[in-house]
Design a protein around this ligand. Sequence first.
Ligand SMILES: [Zn+2]
Length: 449
Amino acid sequence: MNVRAFFSRRVVTPEGVRPGAVLVEGERILEVVAPDRVPAGAEAQNFGDAAILPGLVDSHVHINDPGRADWEGFYTATRAAAAGGYTLLVDMPLNCLPATTNVAALEAKRKAAQGRCWVDWKAWGGVVAENAGDIDELAGAGVPGFKCFLVHPGIDGFTMVAEEQLRAALPHVARTGLPLLVHAELPGPIESATESLGDADWSRYQTYLQSRPEEAELAAIRLLLSLCREYKFRLHIVHLSASEALAELRAARAEGLPVSVETCPHYLHLKAETIPNGATLFKCAPPIRGRDNCEKLWEGLNDRTIDLVATDHSPCPPEMKRLAEGNFRSAWGGIASLSVALAVMHTEAGTRGHGLRDLARWMGEGPARLAGCQKRKGRIAAGYDADFVVFDSESDFVVSADRLHYRHPVSPYMGEKLRGVVRATYLRGQMVFKDGEFPGEPVGLEYRQ
Ligand SMILES: [Zn+2]
């Protein structure tokens, strides 16, 4: 088989960023070598100053397919992912119909994905109020872990779990050895905060923010840490927003509990103080909090209490955002960001002394490890899938609808100037995105060991 050599002055490997060539044979990386060590006869391509980053892995995406492909769907979500530098998406088990809470539903998802993916994918299984008996079977059928909600997920059909139901599920989850990803907010503090707001004006962002206090996240995380101690399951906190919880998470890790933590680009970039009233595109749960909170989340990333950054890409038809009335109570909560997440993170990271190596760790290696794909995804190294991104880190662009590529091109980032342009994305050696176009075919597959 032919060896191809991809040169760059900045190849981002686990050992650091250095000039080199990524040697690719078929779908795999053969080796990363110094520029003068490329074998004679290799087919060469030189990206010059543009960096070669590992293909990113997004462990938190709502593809909503089958059943709600009018919200997103495999074709558009994976296309947006390729444009954003992602080469593997892990789909959340809700909003699709059926929800991925048993093996039959997983099979329906496999069918929906067939031949329609521009990047590779995988699906989390759901833990809901009544499916403790399905957990072992889902693990056997190939899910990399499970997701549950401690609060109503904003949509019917995927039930939240109360402590008692969680206790019924946890021995099963622990036995699989797979992680349980938890939406960590408890309903109690949200209900009392909402009640005390009386007839507040729900077109104000502050009203929404006050209705979902940090206390709701904090109380949920305390409960989960005590259950983690008791059942010894792998706990993963999704989309941490409340920085107040970092101290306890830090202590839990020091104690040796198997807990990992994620946050999202929107919590690291957007600030409550600058969200206009009525701007429901900024609604997500837990909410985007204030500037000080954002800084503390960066500290959490910095000291590695937060392991990874995932998008929580959660689109819906624009009508559901209630843009005309701007009501934060009735609008759908969710932010879609697959195509711009890398640029959002790179823009912020650059002002804080973080480099491409950190981005690769937060958005490649970390999510790959969580999803059990760390042997083939998330790194530029020998034996890994030839998934990589050609990233022009020194160019700016303005977020516009034509750069989003997901089904409904709305975004709270619209009009923002961001730093760092994805020039091309390669999936298992094949170019799937180049300068705004999608050459070739949707060759993405379900990731299997
Ligand atoms: Zn989510």
